[in-house]
Write a protein that binds this ligand. Structure first.
Ligand SMILES: [Zn+2]
Length: 225
């Protein structure tokens, strides 16, 4: 996900309030932390959250594929980068302030400075939205899901992220804390997607659409996506 520069500062207050209300009910507060790594001061490091988000998301999909009689294929690599030093995806150079899934090579890469700034400014919920969203694209690739419009692919990845998070909260792998719903909503607003060069820049979906898709997954699970 990149910061989506093309979308206007989005989302009416009413829509946000509506979704916030939904998520309050669903999440009963949010600020998502992993019990095992959470110390009493709530001082998980950024690196802890990144690692936990990756591990739990792949555990979720592994189990979900098993339930469907299929085998989840883990990503081949998970690559932090800084600024312009990231890996390329085919012909496309990675760009600063982005996270993306690359189907060529089946890897996820992210600008770690950008991610850490989101984590600092918005809380750990940002990591627990962005990483599962990118894994959503990895799952789409594995399922060979085809989309007529890019926006449909993006919104499904948001829905997958919501479904992943609710499953992890439901299983107790993650806990949600008071205040988390705002964090998740802000994260969705901030989250864009792979670079505009290989995806239609107009096709990320509005903040409201993205939040709505996320809420659908959160409420009904990934099978509803
Ligand atoms: Zn995406």
């Amino acid at each position: 996900m990149t910061r989506d520069r093309t979308s206007p500062a989005p989302t009416s207050r009413a829509a946000l309030a509506r979704l916030a209300a939904v998520l309050v009910l669903l999440v009963a507060g949010c600020g998502i932390v992993a019990p095992r790594s959470m110390d009493r001061q709530g001082a998980d490091s950024f690196e802890d959250d990144i690692r936990t988000a990756r591990t739990l998301t792949e555990q979720f999909w592994t189990q979900h594929f098993q339930q469907l009689g299929e085998t989840y294929r883990p990503i081949a690599d998970f690559i932090p980068y800084s600024g312009t030093s990231g890996p390329s995806c085919g012909q496309e150079q990675s760009v600063p302030n982005n996270a993306f899934y690359c189907p060529i090579g089946h890897f996820i890469a992210y600008d770690q400075d950008w991610m850490e700034s989101l984590w600092s400014e918005m809380g750990d919920g940002s990591v627990y939205v962005i990483i599962p969203h990118e894994f959503g694209h990895a799952v789409q690739a594995q399922l060979q899901t085809s989309f007529r419009l890019n926006v449909q692919m993006e919104l499904q990845a948001d829905c997958y992220a919501g479904g992943t998070l609710s499953a992890l909260v439901g299983s107790g792998a993650l806990t949600a804390e008071a205040g988390d719903e705002d964090e998740l909503l802000l994260s969705l607003e901030a989250a864009g997607d792979p670079t505009d060069n290989w995806l239609d820049p107009a096709a990320h979906g509005t903040a409201e659409q993205r939040q709505s898709s996320f809420a659908t997954g959160y409420r009904d699970g990934v099978d509803a996506c």
